[in-house]
Design a binder for this molecule. Sequence first.
Ligand code: KE4
Length: 435
Amino acid sequence: MSDQPTSRKLWELSQQILPGGVNSPVRAFRAVGGQPFFVQQAHGSRIEDVDGRSFIDYVMSWGPMILGHAYPPVLKKIAETLKNGTSFGIPNPLELRLARMVCDLVPSIEMVRMVNSGTEATMSAIRLARALTGRSKVIKCIGCYHGHVDSLLVQAGSGAATLGTPDSAGIPPSFARETIPVQYNDLRAVEQAFSDFPREIAAIIIEPVVGNAGVILPQPGYLEALRAITHSHGALLIFDEVMTGFRLAPGGAQERFAVTPDLTCLGKIIGGGLPVGALGGPSELMAQLAPSGPVYQAGTLSGNPLAMAAGIATLEALQQPGLYQRLENATQTLVQGITEAAQQHGIPVCPRQIGSMFSIFFTDRQVVDFPSAATSDTARFQRYFHFMLDHGIYFAPSPYEAGFLSLAHTDEDLQTTIKAAQAFFASEAAAHQGS
Ligand code: KE4
């Protein structure tokens, strides 16, 4: 018997020294019940917990691991870089290499500032937008999550929605008053906001494809209209592409939908699994960041060489011809298989998929915004989550999260998942008939 403590033991200990037992709320399984497992290792499409159980992983660290866990070229690049030290706090060539790659890949970015998380990227973007416009208010979409930034934890998605605390404690009403929440896909609400607060709105920040309420797609023309509205009112359009960046296309959602934002926030994939966020945009806007401009923004570990190395290796690997189409085809196969399984058993579902991100909502409604996403049957989601986990398949422990495929997911993984889903929906149908 190994002396490695079990997940149960580790969970008992972690709750004594980590708030809620975790370092990020959504990991605590609060939305699905039960207790989280502790991961020992992860390779390819699979994670293994400390008790030796193996799972097909569709969370992939909430998005970064698009190549699969422990992708050898990424590990190799990190190992090589590690020999030279871990952090300098002085410019290093790797920062320029990754910045150059981002500028070459993302249409709207001429200059980029590396930070250490998506939260830092969106926080800096809001500050820059307010400085550039001299305005204070910000429009955000209900159910979108942009990290734990004070002014953006207003009707937020992801972990905030999961815990039912979309408006966090500790945020002064004076801060929240500067944020105008609107429904995603509701252009009239945006026009109304600009009519209510003429010349007071600095920016709209949006997940161009929502991932933090589950996956919700922009309706045709929506993003283009936001571009036109912000232009006409002198406000900035900020695309939070922390999740969609390098996920939906090499140039992210802005490439896929051909809509050019003023500022772009990046994270997750850009770090290849190490802590990296980034803020990018046209040089004339970005030059307003310190030390070239008056908008202060800083970070001890920003541009960390190891993190830059992981990001470089990741973006290099993503340039394999046909990679994004392969990911999209595999994701469509998975989502179609799960959806057909539900329909065969008369279980209402609303599938949403784009690129290699997806959600299955347990509702008969068409999900177009957070309220329609929230019509999902959360009790069924809980049963689904645990049924699949018991069958060796790990989906996000919240209905307000996206699923992700990676280059490492095999057709066998997909067929195993679809088969488990078929068994789940059969059990649901039987239980429903029995009730
Ligand atoms: P981080 O600060 O967690 O690196 O990024 C914040 C963020 C910003 N914008 C978008 C669109 C995001 O999805 C995120 C973070 N996503 C969540 C999961 N959907 C991270 C998981 C967590 O909070 O533990």
